[in-house]
Design a protein around this ligand. Structure first.
Ligand SMILES: *[C@@H]1O[C@H](CO)[C@@H](O)[C@H](O)[C@H]1NC(C)=O
Ligand SMILES: *[C@@H]1O[C@H](CO)[C@@H](O)[C@H](O)[C@H]1NC(C)=O
Ligand SMILES: *[C@@H]1O[C@H](CO)[C@@H](O)[C@H](O)[C@H]1NC(C)=O
Ligand SMILES: *[C@@H]1O[C@H](CO)[C@@H](O)[C@H](O)[C@H]1NC(C)=O
Length: 420
């Protein structure tokens, strides 16, 4: 269980490392954790043993370290967002080791239409999540009896996990019926407030506002197009509890080399994962500054697709990230460098286009000799991912019409399901 891990770290907070934070203009996640450590006791209670049937020998049960409980969850993870990350976080807490099946490009094409991200990109994103221990590439879209046996026998999976939305096969039968029959199925609550469908809708409306040269007619078309992606979705409510669940809850150790990187991290993609990985290699503790919505829209002349808290959660879910400043200042100041004991400030070679000439946000770290440019391992940008969607608009529209019907059904029939 994640929450228990926080308890041993209280000493981190006694040094006053974060006490100078007020005035920097950002909210630091760990401060939230510090304030509400007591909150965890309510959630950290051990699960009743009845929750773990057939597990007499396993690790999760009574601390007898025989063998870790291995759980499996699959998905397409196309346009991966913090909803996916949250599902995998919950899946992980149902066992000790999380194995994730990433559905093949061919199977996505056959079942839903063309994916936005390639298998390679989706694997980078899934492997980049801190809760994921192993991946199975090219997993099937539907869990057949054969594949299920392979999971149990070859991959030593104990449980198959799925969200609380029904997953029906084309013939109307429950995709997980056979796993349920043998008592090796567990259900988690699906994360609401975000879906790939919804994100596609937002990309379409942001493109509409972003390209200054659109004429009225095109504007109207865009509005209609994005309309077909609207679902009756409730808004995502970023509670402090959710942020804590995503957070590591650890400050840097004494003598750590703190690396700082900042950005928008909009539509979190494989390029982001790879640059964060490169940045982390330069030190022991990676601090990521996520700029707020207003700063970004002023600097770039277009709105972000995801808002600050959504972007921050995606960054926090990344295994290379140790800490996030939610709403980091545009310019890296001397005060900030001192407060966080930043050793090196890095920036990648690939970044989003800005609308106008900018003042250099790194003047101070440069003057201090602690600025470093690192080569971005990939050339992907938020804009380039968005463009793929625009270029395939007709296909995505068809794909989303199908999806929308089941989404709307889910929300209209939605009832309370206890969260973790
Ligand atoms: C600050 O960072 C440097 C490494 O750049 C480290 O040697 C030093 O111990 C750190 N200071 C504290 C108080 O952790
Ligand atoms: C981004 O900026 C470069 C150089 O300023 C320019 O050549 C390119 O067309 C811009 N791309 C977009 C999508 O605006
Ligand atoms: C980005 O990289 C890919 C493969 O590495 C290449 O095919 C593509 O042309 C590149 N795109 C740009 C805009 O440089
Ligand atoms: C979705 O919202 C629209 C407009 O508010 C409403 O007409 C429709 O019935 C809603 N659909 C569902 C499934 O709740």
């Amino acid at each position: 269980m994640d929450p228990i891990e926080f308890e041993g770290n209280n000493r981190m907070w006694s040094g006053g490392f974060y006490s100078q934070l007020v005035g920097i203009g950002g909210i630091l996640l760990t401060t939230l954790i510090l304030i509400s450590t007591g909150y965890f006791n309510a959630f950290g209670a051990p699960l009743p043993t009845s929750y773990w049937p057939h597990l007499g020998l396993f690790y999760k049960n009574k601390g007898k370290k025989k063998r870790p409980v291995r759980v499996y969850m699959d998905g397409c993870f196309d346009l991966m967002h913090y909803g996916h990350a949250n599902a995998l976080r919950q899946a992980k807490s149902a066992g000790d080791e999380l194995v994730v099946g990433v559905v093949s490009d061919e199977q996505i094409v056959a079942n839903k239409g063309p994916p936005v991200l390639s298998m390679e990109e989706r694997l980078i994103l899934v492997k980049g999540l801190k809760w994921v221990d192993e991946v199975i590439p090219d997993a099937p879209y539907e869990i057949s009896e054969d594949f299920m046996n392979k999971l149990f026998n070859k991959y030593n999976i104990d449980y198959i996990i799925h969200g609380d939305d029904p997953c029906l096969l084309p013939d109307g039968t429950d995709a997980y019926a056979s796993a349920k029959k043998v008592g090796r199925y567990k259900q988690i609550k699906r994360t609401e407030g975000v879906s790939s469908t919804d994100i596609v809708g937002r990309i379409l409306s942001s493109m509409k506002k972003g390209d200054g040269n659109n004429n009225k007619n095109e504007d109207k078309n865009h509005a209609e197009n994005s309309g077909s992606f609207k679902t009756n979705m409730s808004d995502f409510l970023p509670t402090s509890h959710r942020i804590m669940q995503f957070s590591n809850g650890k400050g840097p150790l004494p003598n750590s080399r703190v690396v700082y990187i900042d950005g928008a991290f909009d539509l979190f993609h494989a390029g982001h994962v790879e640059i964060l990985r490169s940045a982390k290699k330069l030190g022991d503790f990676l601090l990521v500054g996520v700029h707020d919505d207003q700063v970004l829209s002023e600097r770039r002349g277009r709105r972000t697709i995801l808002h600050l808290h959504e972007r921050s959660l995606s960054v926090l879910a990344c295994r290379y990230v140790d800490e996030v400043i939610i709403g980091a200042p545009w310019e890296v100041s001397k005060d900030m460098i001192a407060t966080f004991n930043i050793s090196v400030v890095v920036h990648g070679t690939v970044s989003e286009n800005s609308s106008e000439a900018q003042t250099d946000p790194y003047v101070i770290p440069k003057s201090m000799g602690i600025f470093q440019t690192i080569k971005s391992p990939r050339n992907t940008t938020t804009l380039s991912v968005s463009k793929r969607i625009i270029d395939n608009l007709e296909a995505y529209k068809r794909r989303n019409l199908k999806k929308k019907a089941s989404e709307d059904r889910y929300y209209s029939e939605k009832t309370f399901v206890a969260d973790d």
